[in-house]
Ligand binder design. Structure first.
Ligand code: GRF
Length: 215
């Protein structure tokens, strides 16, 4: 299988975008980020794309119907012939129209162990709730909010003297590992969606936790 073409949608600082770019560059992911789209003009992730020489676009959602906005996204993504669309801190809910269009090739990263804590600002919500284990999830996107089939999850501890920011950063560190891993598995053709479950071909485990299956 050749390299896959990846499109990344962002709204913010783009640290996940950076981890995907770096993982493609080092050939950990057999793929290439071919286009980045931000719905926010001031997203720092745009600068990251430019520095990596990746075409980037600002497409505002403001004053547009959801469908018109999404048609603009699709137009650009199709022009760059993407095989996979990854949401990396993209802060817009996508309609069933967009989700169906990229069915089975649309991924998201969420900073909690789904199905606990769907929605936004969930790092702080986990801290407030007092969970002792927080984490993150990479999942395929379906028509619900943060409800799609789960690909990989990683857990992190929450300590008594943590501030919400400590929890956010601890989760983010894991995000930067599991998002590239999920994309790598997709690019290698090793993910199969069976109803709600994602089957990972050639999965290896150590202490019950998924490790890089190529190691
Ligand atoms: C991440 O925590 C991601 O899980 C959430 O938004 C944040 C984006 O961070 N959806 P970044 O823009 O990748 O730095």
């Amino acid at each position: 299988m050749g390299k896959i073409r990846i499109g990344v949608l962002i709204s913010g600082s783009g640290t996940n975008l950076q981890s995907i770019i770096d993982a493609c560059k080092s050939e950990y992911i057999p793929g290439e980020v071919v286009v980045v789209i931000s719905n926010r003009e001031d997203a720092y992730g745009r600068e990251r794309a430019r520095q990596a020489g990746i075409p980037e676009f600002f497409i505002s959602h403001k004053g547009k119907s959801r469908e018109d906005f999404e048609k603009e996204l699709i137009k650009v993504l199709d022009r760059y012939k993407v095989d996979l669309v990854t949401l990396a801190g993209f802060m817009r809910v996508l309609s069933p129209y967009f989700v169906k269009y990229y069915s089975g090739r649309l991924m998201n990263i969420h900073p909690a162990l789904l199905p606990a804590f769907p929605g936004i600002n969930v790092q702080e919500k986990q801290w407030e709730y007092g969970v002792k284990i927080a984490g993150c999830t990479v999942h395929f996107v379906d028509e619900g909010t943060d409800t799609g089939p789960i690909i990989i999850q990683a857990a992190v501890p929450v300590y008594s003297d943590d501030e919400p920011e400590d929890v956010r950063l601890r989760i983010l560190e894991e995000e930067h590992k599991i998002y590239p891993l999920a994309i790598k598995l997709f690019a290698e053709g090793r993910l199969t969606i069976k109803g709600r479950r994602v089957i990972i071909q050639g999965e290896r485990k150590k202490g019950g936790v998924l490790i890089n299956p190529s190691e």
